[in-house]
Design a protein around this ligand. Sequence first.
Ligand code: 9MR
Length: 459
Amino acid sequence: MKINFKFKICILIIGSLFALTNCTDPGDDSNIAKPIALGSPIINQATDVNSNGFKISWTRVYNAENYELDIALNNTFESYVTGYQGKSVTNMYEEVNGLNESTNYFCRVRAINSNETSKNSAIIQTTTLEGNGPEPTTALKDASTTFMVGMAVKAQQLTNGSKYDEILKKEFSSISAEYEMKMNIIEPTKGNYDWSKADAIVDYAVANGINVHGHALVWHESAPDWLKNYTGTNDEFEQEVKNYITAVLTRYKGKVASWDVVNEAINDTDGSLRNSVYREKMGDDFVAKCFEFAREADPDVLLFYNDYSVTTNTTKQTAIFNLIDDLQTNNTPIDGVGFQMHIQYNSPSIDQIKTAVDKAVERDLKLHFSELDVRVNPDKDITTFTSERAIAQKNKIKEVVATYNAIPAKNKYAITVWGMKDNDSWLISHHNNANEWPLLFDSNFEIKKAHTGFLQGLD
Ligand code: 9MR
């Protein structure tokens, strides 16, 4: 009896609930069936993983018209792989290529139709493999069709028939003097010009059909002592600077295509104009004056402002572009900007490079990555060149070159590497660190992964 009674109560409650949920009220459309929310795809672990890519796949979602795939370098999806921020895919898989070796990638996917976007799938992580086999021997200058590939040289290294000479001619289409076309070398004492080293470099380039980028007319660090300790009037000082610029540009007219007119005029700390003998004697507009002197001496040569830490020090970056804006506003003849690119295996990021690069492009300037080297041991934490650092260096160079290669052709000039072999680098002598391997060839002239990274950045 009791059971029967309970059973009846139950039926009653269920019945009333049923009646309630079905009661209709004209004008209330809550009873119209809502579309089922678009489900998220289930993403699979990557397959076919190799040193520059992998295949990623996911399950079909009912009612999906296509899918959006994100691939990033971090699991917070702040730094996307180019082309993979919400890439629209109609299949349920994607073959991803052109990635860096030994690098972590994070992937997620969502379903799309004309009404809805589903939630993201879970995130999967995959690591590309380390490349093996010999490095490709394609010459950089052959692979680079829209800009020159340059290298810093020293006159004594330009011996015909040497290994150095062979690689230089094969790989590079432009050279800069690492220090022998600076004022302390060319005019070591007042009025006495020593052209021997500069001529050797320019003659070598002319004989071999190689471009010369002149470096550098005015740099506080290479002002000769007689100029630093100048005792004449400010007008006389300015005339000395003008005479020097005129003499150099006149001598190399038609042979040197471009010059760093002023090098490193901005302070690192606050972006103010650096104090130097030039600023003291010629005033704050010494930069503009030097560009004017250069243009007067050679109407055809390209004139660059050159500096370091442009991508990483944003205060300095802003100040450099403010300086350039002032020059352009006043019709001072400036054609381009050089970012030195003395960088590290782990810095700057692609985004930092891109931000700085965009500022040059917006101003219609030619951009020169003028002194590229990539430190792998900035914290002095390794004593041998590890495979991990070699790969990181390669990947960083690939990012640098790919970012440069993506700018419009009219803004391109050259990427110049600051030396050929690791043991030639100023970083070893100037930083007293024998454990540094910053260039594209090792000390035995062997091609490094860094060279491959440069080639891959051109793909
Ligand atoms: O690498 C150059 C080194 O061999 C010279 O001794 C030095 C002084 O002339 O200059 C080095 O090059 C610098 C370049 O001219 C300007 N940017 C920083 C470079 C490294 O110090």
